[in-house]
Write a protein that binds this ligand. Structure first.
Ligand code: DC
Length: 239
């Protein structure tokens, strides 16, 4: 059964995975979703896509905040399987390549601080999660988008560890970046994402904190998938 098969959603719970950039959220969330047959929703990709479309339209955050907000409301987002991967399509265009560049990544942080952008994207994300059976990953999932999620995880790692992981990821995509450069960009994004007025990055009161330094991905996935199975059993009255 495909992770995107709507039939696999019956009687399933929702899992919210939040944390700073480079904490390994994407690869862990994707693997947990695959293991459980859940739908994986990468909300960061949606903010990146708005940044990419704004850049393409020549809209700058400082001068065109309202226009970028309006643009976010016009876009149609859809996650579709492409081979073994899942890509984000915007208005039918596969944007997976362009949204992963460092330029778009850096721009997505100020774009995600625009309240109107968040309003539109949060509405779209709630719609995607309406049937349950989702692993939704981002910064404000447990606090704002799905405050009722049965399982919430705040995934993080030390600054150095996160920067090293980001560098490995970029190298795989053929992008050369020094560790110093990545650390500086990471600090800037963390600072902006944690201090912005709307939906800043913070751990939900009922989220489990998972610091992954020294843990292999499989161990993290096992742990989280176990928590979801416990919650599913609780939902069925087996607890
Ligand atoms: O997880 P990511 O690096 O792909 O996220 C891109 C940007 O979007 C990042 O600056 C944080 C922001 N973001 C957000 O504000 N809220 C989310 N739910 C997901 C991402």
């Amino acid at each position: 059964m495909s992770a995107l098969d709507p039939e696999s959603r019956d009687c399933r719970v929702s899992l919210a995975v939040d944390g700073p950039s480079g904490a390994g959220k994407s690869s862990v969330a994707r693997a947990v979703a695959k293991r459980l047959g859940y739908i994986y929703i990468d909300t960061g990709a949606m903010y990146r896509a708005v940044a990419y479309r704004a850049l393409r339209a020549g809209l700058e955050v400082a001068a065109h905040e309202a226009a970028i907000g309006a643009l976010a409301g016009e876009l149609q987002f859809e996650f579709r399987p492409v081979g073994e991967e899942q890509h984000l399509f915007v208005d039918g265009e596969d944007v997976e390549g362009p949204i992963r560049t460092p330029e778009v990544g850096n721009l997505s942080s100020p774009v995600s601080a625009i309240p109107e952008v968040r309003r539109h994207l949060v509405a779209a994300q709630r719609e995607m999660a309406a049937g349950g059976g989702v692993v939704m990953e981002g910064r404000d999932i447990g606090t704002v988008v799905l405050p009722g999620a049965e399982v919430k995880v705040f995934l993080t790692a030390s600054e150095q560890e996160r920067a090293r992981r980001r560098q490995t990821q970029l190298t795989k995509r053929g992008v050369a970046r020094s560790l110093e450069q990545i650390l500086a960009e990471q600090r800037e994004r963390d600072e902006r994402d944690s201090t912005r007025a709307v939906a800043p990055l913070c751990q939900a009161a009922d989220a489990r904190l998972l610091v992954t330094d020294g843990m292999c991905k499989e161990a993290v996935v096992d742990l989280i998938a176990g928590w979801v199975r416990e919650a599913e059993a609780g939902d069925r009255g087996e607890a």
